[in-house]
Design a protein. Structure first.
Length: 200
């Protein structure tokens, strides 16, 4: 993350998203696929010799160059424009400054965490009355002979993070077209260098 100053002099926390051009590899229609969508391919380049034959045929149909042999595909429903054609590149030019977007990614994994960090519990309480190690304990998790079990969904310690997360209504503060960078207001999920999906 970084920060920029607005025209009023306010310090705005921002996140820079590197948005390399994506290639249109398929145009889905209601007649052929049952829904309207545009399929974009992006991500790291891969060598042609390491590309499966089915994927080569998919790219050949879209009339794309070998440099665009990439591994990640994504359908964007109801985002199909009439002027879109197979093999066209989609750049940051489809966005505008001031526009609100949704950003989806896999959140940072935090490993095995207790209930205080994972669910915001306040702990059992004071350290008196013989309690020397109960400050961050979960407390009681169930009743006695009835129902004689722990209810499903009980908030307990466990693995935290690493989930698919969507942050909605992030405002685009600035677009650097020459560098293919989108500057959005606020934070986005995921670690540095991870793959994120920006939707209009």
């Amino acid at each position: 993350m970084t920060s920029i100053f607005s025209e009023e002099g306010k310090n705005i926390p921002c996140t820079l998203i590197q948005a390399e051009p994506n290639v249109i590899t398929q145009l889905r229609t209601v007649d052929n696929d049952g829904y309207r969508a545009v399929q974009l391919a992006g991500g790291d380049e891969r060598k042609e010799k390491n590309t499966p034959a089915a994927l080569k045929g998919h790219f050949a149909k879209a009339k794309t160059a070998p440099r665009e042999l990439v591994a990640e595909f994504r359908d964007f429903r109801d985002d199909l424009d009439e002027e879109m054609k197979l093999g066209d590149e989609v750049t940051v030019g489809i966005f505008e400054e001031g526009q609100f977007v949704d950003v989806t990614a896999t959140s940072k994994g935090k490993g095995f965490q207790g209930v205080v960090k994972r669910h915001g519990f306040s702990g059992v309480g004071g350290a008196t009355h013989g309690q020397h190690n109960r400050l961050r304990a979960p407390g009681s998790i169930g009743a006695a002979s009835f129902p004689a079990r722990v209810f499903k969904g009980m908030r307990m310690a466990g693995r935290m993070g690493g989930n698919r997360t969507k942050i909605t209504n992030l405002q685009i503060v600035k677009i650097m077209r020459e560098d293919n960078v989108i500057v959005v207001k606020g934070a986005v999920p995921g670690h540095k260098g991870c793959t994120v999906i920006v939707e209009r």
